[in-house]
Design a protein around this ligand. Structure first.
Ligand code: NAI
Length: 308
């Protein structure tokens, strides 16, 4: 199995590192536009392989996509990240051109690869990739909800003083500070509703912290986060390569599901070898559906910016 990660910056290199470290693929290729940058990151990761007893092959390339030929998955992380005070949406102009050209180049050499879009604004970049390349809808998956859900579980874990890994929590909707929807109703601690341990006010605060979770880190770090985003990308890649059929909140094309059409938005989907296979219906309450519709309106107006 072969994975290409485009963009050898913070998120791309971390994602490649987790894929290699966990030996999810036989081969990982990192690509970047900056001369020698991907080669350098790949060499550094390669030099950890003897220390970690890892056998995955890893190499880098400056924009030579022939090295990526026959990839099973292409992860797109190329583009600008946020700076403190910026929204993800402000990145649209620059990142749209980058994401489209990267996807075109990579697909020339791996036409059947599942495309994982991470660059922001991710919901719009996923829609752009799908529409501009005319791909089958199941082949394109945006990664945002897995990260947002990890942040949700992280804040739940801090409030409960429990390991986040023991918690279940899902964030659907858009991958934006005001468009994501942490489903507090469905948050559980080893199967027991979190509402049995936390007050309604506490859960409300956890949802609010989750929604600005990325902005909080951007303020602390001076740029957007990378450890959890890279690991979230790798987890999605794992479910694809190993055909795990895990249910994960991902940004996919909706054709009437969850009451929305002609948009890519975060919903729970089954992830397997050929991409996303099936949308799972969580049967939203009226309030959750209203929030989902508002999220769709915001993402749709962002998509329309590209059509202007
Ligand atoms: P970064 O600046 O560290 O890395 C981006 C890399 O892309 C740079 O190395 C740059 O040289 C490269 N690049 C730019 N244009 C390129 C092109 N045409 N071809 C190949 N490479 C190119 O940024 P970072 O922190 O890695 O973030 C990457 C993207 O991921 C940003 O758009 C950020 O907003 C997004 N992001 C998305 C998340 C999500 O959950 N969907 C979470 C975190 C970040």
């Amino acid at each position: 199995m072969k994975v290409t990660v485009v963009g050898a910056g913070n998120v791309g290199a971390t994602c490649a590192d987790v894929i290699a470290f966990r030996q999810l693929a036989d081969e990982v290729v990192l690509v970047d536009i900056r001369e020698n940058f991907a080669e350098g990151k790949a060499l550094d990761i390669y030099q950890t392989t003897s220390l970690m007893d890892v056998k995955t092959k890893i190499s880098g390339s400056t924009n030579d996509y022939s090295k990526t030929a026959n990839s099973d998955v292409i992860v797109i992380t190329s583009g600008l990240p946020r700076k403190p005070g910026m929204t993800r949406e402000e990145l649209i102009g620059t990142n749209a051109g980058i994401v489209k050209s990267v996807a075109e180049n990579a697909l020339k050499y791996s036409p059947k690869a599942v495309i994982v879009v991470i660059s922001n604004p991710m919901d719009t970049m996923t829609y752009l990739t799908l529409k501009s390349l005319g791909l089958p809808k199941n082949q394109v998956i945006g990664m945002g909800g897995i990260l947002d859900s990890a942040r949700f579980k992280g804040y739940l874990g801090l409030a409960l003083n429990a390991p986040a890994a023991d918690l279940q929590g899902t964030v659907i909707g858009g991958h934006g500070d005001t468009t994501m929807i942490p489903l507090t109703r469905l948050a559980t601690v080893n199967g027991i509703p979190a509402s049995q341990f936390l007050s309604a006010d506490q859960l409300k605060q956890i949802a609010a912290d989750t929604m600005v979770g990325g902005a909080t880190l951007t303020k602390m770090l001076g740029t957007s986060a990378w450890y959890a985003p890279g690991a979230a990308g790798a987890l999605l890649v794992e479910s694809i390569l190993r055909d795990q059929k895990r249910v994960m909140p991902c940004c996919v094309y909706l054709d009437g599901e969850y009451g929305q059409k002609d948009i890519c938005l975060g919903v729970p989907v089954v992830i397997g070898r050929n991409g996303w296979e099936k949308i799972v219906d969580y049967k939203l309450t009226a309030d959750e559906q209203e929030a989902f519709n508002k999220s769709a309106d915001a993402v749709r107006s962002m998509n329309n910016v590209l059509k202007e």
